[in-house]
Design a protein around this ligand. Structure first.
Ligand code: FAD
Ligand code: NAI
Length: 477
């Protein structure tokens, strides 16, 4: 007899594990199935985010930034550190430990909240009036069946491949391989100057690699506001800190005895790039492989995503899907919000997830962050706007930190003064963006934000000054 649950969640990434915890809090009998294996083939709940995504990448970004500061910035503070050496094994070990602690934390939370966890790969067997029958294939080949009245699919995404390129995780890596390098490549090539390319490119550049990014689009970071994207491009490529080749067409990739040879076209011109390691970071695709969705009458859209409505309902009653496996940005906090909202909806509440108010952060130095549409998008809708801008250069705290690059830009409706979007490039933008999300979610005007007291000296004063700037009355610049 299959074990029965009110709700089965497939996938224990940020979407799935959060949904399972919230549903258990609300009194449902919940199971969560996840197939991620750690180095010892044991369970490692937390999905892409905890195992090979947000967390390990941020651990390496922090460590590499620390290394760079010690090597380049300490002297300006009057601190002489002597000869700087890198123990990459220890740095990687620190990252792995953080991952282990956090994945163990998810297991702990499951136990604490009464969520039954199954380690294995789930697939649908059938659906009838009692609910959904699932089969779970365990790591050791064991099979068991579960029956769930409702199911949430939270199976996430996997790196997109390229027809010309074979990822061997030795010379040619995806993001997972690029997070696990055991030596610093002298020359690193990255195909794709998107979020992963910029973040992992920054890590290895700071640790000493010469980094070249090859990008098909002519426009740098087309998803970001133009002012922010252009200033970011200027900063990241200054003195060829990163080399960025835009508007390229990949011709061939071949692994040689010395490394990897990439041939590409830029306009009419053919170029060859020789590197020691190549990272492919050209986006991610929804993961539905092996779920046997056809057995319950569901098919994916042309992107391979599970089609859902605004509340993450699929076309099959009782079946929900959230996170990277559905439409919308592939972000951990978006997956979490959807997980919470679905658990609450199943138990009779009416939550809404505002996809349009989802903050974005790119953890370069300085950090890029935004919430809401770009100025170009708003103007193309014919909206009348007022824009306030304030540089970190004129902020005392930024000066004290020695991090004065970038600015905050607030875009408000010219008629109502309501804040429509906020775009940032600067220190701690990943933290500062929270104020912008609050302002937009609560329908604040730029005047509201300009009247709020911000602690002095703090980076958040730049936000206030940008709000004052919407009305042309910034004080400190
Ligand atoms: P996932 O986290 O992908 O989890 C899905 C889980 O389901 C996995 O454990 C998978 O093994 C399991 N699974 C799949 N199929 C089955 C099955 N049939 N049976 C059982 N289990 C199954 N986002 C941010 O917001 N901020 C960041 O800083 C950030 N950095 C990133 C850095 C990198 C290098 C990468 C690759 C991604 C990053 N992301 C970041 C994106 C973020 O990781 C994803 O958006 C997020 O993990 C999606 O959550 P999810 O729950 O939908 O799926
Ligand atoms: P991405 O979509 O951000 O960037 C991929 C880039 O590759 C694009 O600029 C695209 O034009 C380019 N590209 C595609 N095909 C190409 C080709 N053949 N040759 C050269 N360039 C090509 O995807 P990325 O960087 O792989 O990240 C995947 C997702 O993971 C992101 O979209 C984001 O949702 C998530 N993520 C989020 C982070 C964050 O929130 N800080 C950090 C890392 C990932």
């Amino acid at each position: 007899m299959p074990q029965e649950f009110d709700l089965i969640v497939i996938g224990a990434g940020p979407g799935g594990y959060t949904a399972a915890l919230r549903a258990a809090q609300l009194g449902l009998r919940v199971a969560c199935v996840d197939d991620w294996r750690d180095a010892r083939q044991g369970p490692s709940p937390g999905g892409t985010c905890l195992n090979v995504g947000c967390i390990p990448s941020k651990a390496l970004l922090e460590s590499s930034a620390f290394y760079q500061r010690m090597g380049h910035d300490a002297a300006a503070h009057g601190i002489n550190v002597g000869a700087l050496t890198l123990d990459l094994g220890r740095m990687q070990g620190r990252k792995d430990k953080i991952v282990r602690q956090l994945t163990a934390g998810v297991s702990f939370l499951f136990k604490k909240n009464g969520v039954t966890f199954f380690h294995g790969r789930a697939s649908f067997v059938s659906r009838d009036d009692h609910g959904f029958t699932l089969e779970v294939a365990g790591a050791t080949g064991d099979l068991l069946q579960l029956l769930g009245k409702q199911v949430i699919v939270a199976t996430g995404s996997v790196p997109r491949g390229l027809p010309l390129v074979t990822v061997d995780q030795d010379r040619v890596l995806d993001s997972t391989g690029a997070l696990a390098l055991t030596s610093v490549p002298a020359r690193l090539g990255i195909i794709g100057a998107g979020v992963i390319g910029l973040e992992l490119g920054s890590v290895w550049r700071r640790l000493g690699s010469e980094v070249t990014l090859l990008e098909t689009q002519k426009k740098f970071l087309p998803v970001a506001d133009r002012d922010i994207a252009l200033e970011t491009l200027k900063i990241l490529t200054k003195d060829r800190w990163l080399t960025l080749e835009l508007g390229i067409q990949l011709e061939s990739v071949s692994v040689t005895a010395e490394g990897v040879k990439v041939v590409f076209h830029q306009g009419e011109e053919a170029h060859t790039l020789e590197v020691d390691r190549l990272v492919v970071a050209v986006g991610r695709i929804p993961c539905t492989q092996g779920l046997s969705l056809e057995r319950i009458g569901l098919s994916c859209d042309e992107r391979g995503a599970i089609p859902v409505d605004a509340h993450c309902r699929t076309a099959v009653p009782g079946l929900w899907a959230i996170g990277d496996v559905v439409r919308g940005p592939m972000l951990a906090h978006k997956a979490e919000e959807e997980g919470i909202a679905v658990a609450e909806r199943i138990t009779g509440q009416m939550p809404e997830v505002a996809l349009e108010h989802m903050p974005w952060v790119i953890y370069t130095e300085p950090e890029v962050a935004w919430v809401g549409p770009t100025e170009e998008e708003l103007r193309s809708e014919g909206r009348e706007l007022r824009v306030g801008r304030f540089p970190f250069l004129a902020n005392g705290r930024a000066k004290a930190r020695g991090e004065t690059r970038g600015f905050i830009k607030i875009i408000a409706c010219a008629k109502t003064d309501r804040i429509l979007s906020v775009h940032m490039l600067g220190p701690e933008a990943s933290e500062l963006i929270a104020e912008a999300v609050t302002a937009i979610e609560f329908g604040a005007s730029s005047e509201d934000m300009a009247r709020l007291v911000h602690a002095h000296p703090s980076l958040s004063e730049v936000f206030r000054e940008a709000a004052l700037g919407v009305d042309g009355r910034s004080l400190n610049s």
